[in-house]
Design a binder for this molecule. Structure first.
Ligand SMILES: Nc1ncnc2c1ncn2[C@@H]1O[C@H](COP(=O)(O)OP(=O)(O)O)[C@@H](O)[C@H]1O
Ligand SMILES: [Mg+2]
Length: 156
């Protein structure tokens, strides 16, 4: 079955800095990603992988070319549009999406609350998710003492 791509990148360029310090880091990127497709992006440090991923995740605004996520153009999108788009995207960071001052259970609970305010029994649901990733016995530990499994549980 032919499926529309969920991500369409066309002639995308990206620059950091301004004036004399302006430096191009993405050069004419073109790619389509279809639903369910698994893509592995490789390249040396500094090649622009993180920059491209943050653009695709709606975490920074695209400057030049076209980047469509779920049919929505990110290039020139407003902050509000990017915020709305981020509600439709799952994104597992290498680090930094957990709050260090909350326990594992509190972190997962917060993510559940953000996704669906009407959910009942958030503590029990948070524990179920932690159990699913093998952290059932660590629900009251703080993130610094846990592995990436916690990020998975908190990503819903
Ligand atoms: N916030 C930033 N400000 C200025 N330059 C940046 C910034 N982020 C990344 N860069 C530069 O952009 C280039 C690509 O970086 P990055 O996307 O992090 O590459 P990768 O993830 O492939 O290692 C590098 O030259 C890096 O120094
Ligand atoms: Mg990187």
């Amino acid at each position: 079955m032919l499926q529309e791509p969920v991500i369409v990148v066309k002639n995308l360029n990206h620059y950091f800095g301004a004036g004399n310090l302006r430096k191009q880091v993405l050069f004419d990127i073109n790619l389509d990603i279809k639903p369910g497709e698994i893509v592995i992006m490789t390249g040396p440090s500094g090649a622009g992988k993180t920059t491209l991923l943050t653009l695709m995740g709606g975490l920074r605004s695209a400057q030049e070319g076209s980047l469509k996520i779920l049919g929505q153009e990110i290039c020139g999108a407003s902050k509000q549009q990017l915020t709305q788009l981020r509600c439709q995207i799952g994104y597992i960071f290498q680090a930094h999406n957990l709050l260090t001052f909350l326990t594992a259970k509190q972190n997962v609970r917060m993510s559940l609350e953000l996704h669906d305010k009407l959910l009942q029994d958030l503590d029990a649901q948070a524990i179920t998710r932690l159990e699913a990733v093998g952290l059932g016995d660590r629900t009251d530990y703080y993130p610094e003492n846990l592995s990436g499994k916690l990020r998975l549980a908190a990503c819903g």
